[in-house]
Design a protein around this ligand. Structure first.
Ligand code: 13P
Length: 390
């Protein structure tokens, strides 16, 4: 009896002529589904094949700090010239699917007037944008930070999408010692990441969700593993609560590592095992890709550890394991360039070399021969270790 009444109720509802409100909400639902399909496709494109991401989204103070160490002038023109070097690197699109830009950079152009966004898309690289405005002191939690930038974010996302960005990035920072992180710090950062991610998806941009457990300190690998697992679990609880579509996002976590000052430094294989174990426990299978930050590791170490994960686990993982490095991919190029125009070509070769090594690592095909440059750069579309040097 009750069931029949429900059925009748439903039929009555179906037969009623749709109101303007119904039509509007159906149209909106249709648009949302269309957007969701596009977001899922973009997320898959970002982590497809053998490629990874180039993070070149250092804020102005961070970029200036890195320039200062090498005696490079800390002004807008130097930052523009350096980013021009990066985006015009020949063949970069063979190994890099996407590049994360900073607010200043997404508005800049090459010296001959071509917008960086156009240069990137012309090279087959998807442009994205860092949208957080940095980590600030968390109230009543000495030594802990929460990332800010939610105010006005909806409007900023509209502008960035208009400038050509197809994805965005937000980084939360978690420090580790005997007492930290506090539950308050983990919750605050996870909630901000989830609210940012929801705004991105609403605005048609794929969110790259970056909760970074820092390497600084003397904590053990085991401690990093416990903290990273708690952080990731909390982040996904908040992402779920905010309705974020897991298929339409990328996770950008730290690898599970002992602190830089820890007396015991595990092997590449032990790091690979601990990292994958942690991800398997905390990251839903629906997420298409995990793109690691490098966090201050050397380029070689970051490639070797990513490679070990793919060698040991690739065939058994639900998500792609790739890279989204800044320092580990850019540092040799920056050190060669040093602000000198005649060094541009050598610096671009160094950037491409690291990109090639990282692309090999995401396939589990990285080795010492590649690091020495004995192997050649593959033509577009081929696997990185099967091709020829250019
Ligand atoms: P690193 O690879 O240098 O850690 O930078 C990645 C990044 O995007 C930081 O937000």
């Amino acid at each position: 009896m009750k069931l029949g009444m429900i059925g009748l109720g439903r039929m009555a509802c179906t037969l009623r002529a749709p109101s303007r409100e119904d039509c509007r909400s159906r149209r909106q639902k249709g648009q949302t589904h269309m957007k969701a399909d596009e977001l899922v496709k973009t997320a898959q494109e970002i982590v497809a094949g053998h490629k990874g991401l180039l993070a070149m989204d250092e804020s102005t103070p961070t970029c200036n700090k890195r320039f200062a160490r090498l005696g490079i002038p800390q002004d807008e023109e130097s930052r523009r010239a350096y980013r021009e070097l990066l985006v015009t690197t020949p063949c970069l699109g063979q190994f890099i699917s996407s590049a994360i830009l900073f607010d200043e950079t997404i508005r800049q152009s090459t010296s001959d007037g071509k917008a960086f966004v156009k240069v990137l898309t012309g090279a087959g690289i998807i442009p994205g944008i860092k949208v957080d405005i940095g980590a600030k002191e968390l109230a009543i939690h000495p030594g802990e930070k929460v990332t800010e930038g939610l105010d006005g974010l909806r409007e900023r996302l509209v502008e960035y999408a208009g400038l050509g960005a197809r994805f965005a990035k937000w980084r939360g920072v978690i420090a580790v010692d005997d007492r930290r992180p506090s539950r308050g710090c983990i919750e605050a950062n996870a909630q901000a990441l989830a609210r940012y991610a929801a705004l991105c998806q609403e605005g048609g941009l794929v969110p790259i969700v970056e909760p970074e457990v820092l390497m600084a300190g003397d904590h053990t690998l085991q401690r990093c593993s416990e903290v990273t697992e708690e952080v990731l679990r909390t982040v996904f609880i908040h992402l779920f609560a905010q309705g974020v579509i897991p298929e339409a996002m990328i996770l950008k976590p730290n690898m599970v590592l002992p602190g830089t000052a820890c007396s015991r430094q595990e092997t590449v294989e032990q790091v690979a095992d601990a990292t994958v174990k942690c991800l398997l426990r905390a990251v839903p299978a629906a997420v298409p890709g995990v793109a690691f930050l490098s966090g201050g590791q050397s380029g070689e170490m970051a490639s070797a550890r990513l490679n070990a994960m793919n060698v040991r686990f690739k065939s058994r993982l639900p998500w792609a394991l790739t890279f989204s490095f800044a320092r580990a991919i850019q540092q040799p190029a920056l050190e060669i360039w040093r602000g000198v125009q005649s060094n541009v070509s050598a610096a671009q070769k160094a950037l491409l070399h690291r990109a090639q090594c990282d692309a090999a690592a995401r396939c589990g095909e990285y080795d010492a021969a590649l690091e020495r440059g004995d192997q050649e750069i593959a033509p577009r579309g081929e696997r990185p270790s099967q091709g020829r040097v250019s």
